[in-house]
Design a protein around this ligand. Structure first.
Ligand SMILES: [Zn+2]
Length: 246
């Protein structure tokens, strides 16, 4: 399937956004949109309500969130994820695009591929590893197991790349190296906290109930097609005639 025909499947305007309250009952029961969950410290956080709908495995492979991160990389799960949520269409909180933006910055900084682990991207609240609130349930956390050809299993490599990530932004929290609970010794965990995204294209009205029609929206394409379906930039259109003269 070409990018052009795949684009037609996804809607010409870009990714389909759905209100979690409007999903089929079995999917909604597993995703628990806007429900409160407690973290290990007893603080409560409200789960995301708005999701991108991923129509097929092929679509997940072709949809780029940033130049180097495809949507499918955040959907890698094994049998620990609820069976129904491993079937297409699949759903992922819209904040994943913000996570991808930060991972792209890290990729720029290290100049090498950044590899997410299986179960290291989005984990639904029904995932077996989802014990208490974790930003993985918001699609704002990533577990990295490899950067370039370096498998992250040792203090030196993990702490080196942890420092790189810390330098990117104070928005990122990076789990310290160590063998205790709340530490990591065989991957890098980084997250943006309990960040939710309300896409500008969707209407917010009733809370705890489905919103008025239309009950979904298509995300408008952003400049440069950095998101949605891959379209190579047309560099022949670049002109430098408008540069300020100084
Ligand atoms: Zn993690």
């Amino acid at each position: 399937m070409s990018a052009r025909s795949a684009n037609a499947d996804a809607g010409e305007s870009g990714l389909k956004i759905v209100d979690g309250f409007d999903l089929e009952a079995d999917v909604r029961a597993l995703l628990k949109p806007a429900q409160l969950v407690e973290d290990k410290e007893g603080r409560r956080h409200r789960l995301p309500r708005y999701f991108y709908e991923v129509p097929s495995h092929q679509a997940g492979t072709e949809i780029r969130l940033t130049p180097h991160f495809g949507l499918n990389e955040f959907l890698l799960v094994d049998l620990k994820e609820a069976a129904r949520l491993r079937q297409y269409p699949r759903y992922i909180p819209c904040a994943v695009r913000v996570l991808a933006f930060y991972l792209e910055r890290i990729r720029d900084a290290v100049g090498a591929h950044v590899h997410l682990a299986v179960n290291g991207g989005y984990r639904s609240p029904s995932h077996k590893l989802a014990v208490g609130a974790s930003p993985h349930m918001w699609a704002t956390a990533a577990d990295l197991y490899k950067i370039g050809s370096t498998v992250l299993r040792e203090r030196a490599s993990i702490e080196t790349y942890n420092r790189v990530a810390e330098e990117i932004s104070d928005d990122l929290w990076i789990m310290p190296y160590g063998h205790e609970l709340g530490q990591a010794d065989d991957h890098i965990h980084l997250d943006l906290g309990y960040l939710t995204v309300v896409p500008r294209e969707i209407t917010e009205d009733a809370f705890e109930a489905p919103q008025a029609k239309p009950r979904f929206a298509f995300e408008e394409r952003r400049s440069g097609d950095r998101r949605g379906w891959p379209t190579p930039p047309d560099l022949t259109q670049l002109t430098f005639d408008n540069r300020p003269k100084d």
